[in-house]
Design a protein around this ligand. Structure first.
Ligand SMILES: Cc1ncc(COP(=O)(O)O)c(C=O)c1O
Length: 392
């Protein structure tokens, strides 16, 4: 088939402006080149990928097998199985002491679709959303999808790249509809304090709190935004804590007056999440305690090891990360161009890292290292980086 075959002349051709203009996820460029080098027989250490290296716990898989064998293969309630929503409600009560009605949850096929629903249900064209710069790479694209406008608030390394509520003043306008927070954060691994969350909750716009790295915290404790306000949206999912990235299971929590509008969006665009994956989610919430604690302790050991190693290599880390599985380091003494630097490190040191520019202009000059990899591989990566830096 030739391009354009079967089309009448005079009609518009090609992908939409939106599809043409969306920015690529640069880490995928690194990953694709890394895979090419591996095909050529090179050994690459992958510290670029933001994905647990653990297999999903067996008890979660068993729950899915059982549900599938029992014939749970059809659509569920558009908001998700009531048993899963009750388990989630119980989880928020036990962990944070907040009461969220099961009716306030909408279960989705991952955190990403939950973000689509929240922004589609909250934002009109031209509405503004504040986010830190740097931030999770995909946030601005979710916002632009509904013709709203991402507005970046610069944050500093010395503040752990998190919002200082007083810095919002110059950025709030009558069109500011929401503020996104992400604690622990990707790409920085840092947390937002309870005091700052409380101040943000008071600042006026709705808070959209991405809590996907909750549970992966190694010092202090994480807070849900719902401890401070009920005028907020939580998005969360099972990908990271339960090592379930490929399962595609997430959820949102909405203020009561938003539930019906968001449910209508869910019904139209996604119908429901997968039934046996939802059963697996119940097992994840209720039966994985010790296994999750083991994974968390393993991440923590790796975190300490990587932090010490990077410091020995001359990287300055003023606020050590205490959550997620990332270290975001200033590499401006090596290059101002993080994309070129990440490729150079890949080609010469055979270590995959993510360029900071992937996370917004405020990330330029930084590199993100993921420690979702074994201690042996981290040790080898540090050795390779040492040799690379000696040759710089
Ligand atoms: C901060 C953050 N939010 C959301 C997501 C998307 O997660 P999910 O796999 O649940 O769609 C990711 C994935 O890397 C993330 O880092």
């Amino acid at each position: 088939m030739f391009a354009g075959m079967g089309r009448k002349k005079g009609f518009k051709l090609g992908p939409s402006r939106r599809a043409q203009e969306i920015s690529p996820f640069l880490v995928m460029d690194i990953l694709e080149r890394a895979k090419e080098l591996e095909r050529q027989g090179q050994s690459i250490i992958h510290l670029e990928i933001g994905e647990p290296d653990f297999d999903t716990p067996a008890v979660i898989k068993d729950a899915a097998y059982r549900a599938m064998a029992a014939g749970e293969t059809q659509y569920t309630h558009s908001q998700g199985l009531i048993e899963l929503r009750e388990a989630l409600s119980q989880h928020y009560l036990e962990k944070y002491g907040v009461w969220v009605k099961p009716e306030q949850f909408i279960v989705t096929s991952g955190t990403s679709p939950a973000m689509v629903l929240v922004f589609a249900g909250l934002l009109d064209p031209g509405d503004q959303v504040l986010l830190t710069d740097p931030h999770y790479a995909c946030y601005p694209n979710f916002i632009r999808l509904v013709d709203a406008v991402p507005r970046y608030v610069p944050v500093t390394e010395e503040e752990g790249f998190q919002f200082r509520p007083e810095d919002l003043r110059g950025h709030l306008t009558p069109r500011t509809k929401a503020i996104i927070i992400n604690s622990p954060a990707n790409p920085t691994g840092t947390l937002l304090s309870a005091e700052r969350m409380a101040a943000l909750a008071e600042s006026g716009p709705y808070i959209v709190s991405d809590e996907i790295y909750h549970g992966l915290v190694y010092a202090g404790r994480e807070h849900t935004i719902l401890e401070f306000t009920d005028q907020a949206f939580v998005i969360n999912g099972f990908s990271k804590l339960y090592a379930m990235t490929g399962w595609r299971l997430g959820y949102l929590i909405a203020p009561e007056d938003f539930v019906r509008p968001l449910q209508k969006l869910m019904q139209n665009f996604f119908i429901s999440a997968n039934p046996f994956v939802q059963r697996a989610g119940i097992a994840a919430l209720t039966q994985t305690g010790p296994e999750i604690q083991k994974m968390r302790a393993t991440y923590d050991a790796r975190r300490r090891f990587l932090l010490a190693g990077l410091k020995t290599l001359g990287f300055r880390i003023p606020v050590p990360p205490t959550g997620a599985f990332y270290v975001f380091v200033n590499a401006r003494h090596l290059s101002e161009d993080s994309y070129a630097l990440a490729f150079d490190i890949l080609e010469k040191a055979r270590v995959g890292v993510t360029p900071g520019i992937d996370f917004g202009p405020g990330g330029e000059g930084f590199l993100r290292f993921s420690y979702a990899n074994s201690l042996e591989n981290l040790a080898e990566a540090l050795k390779r980086l040492e040799r690379y830096l000696a040759g710089c």
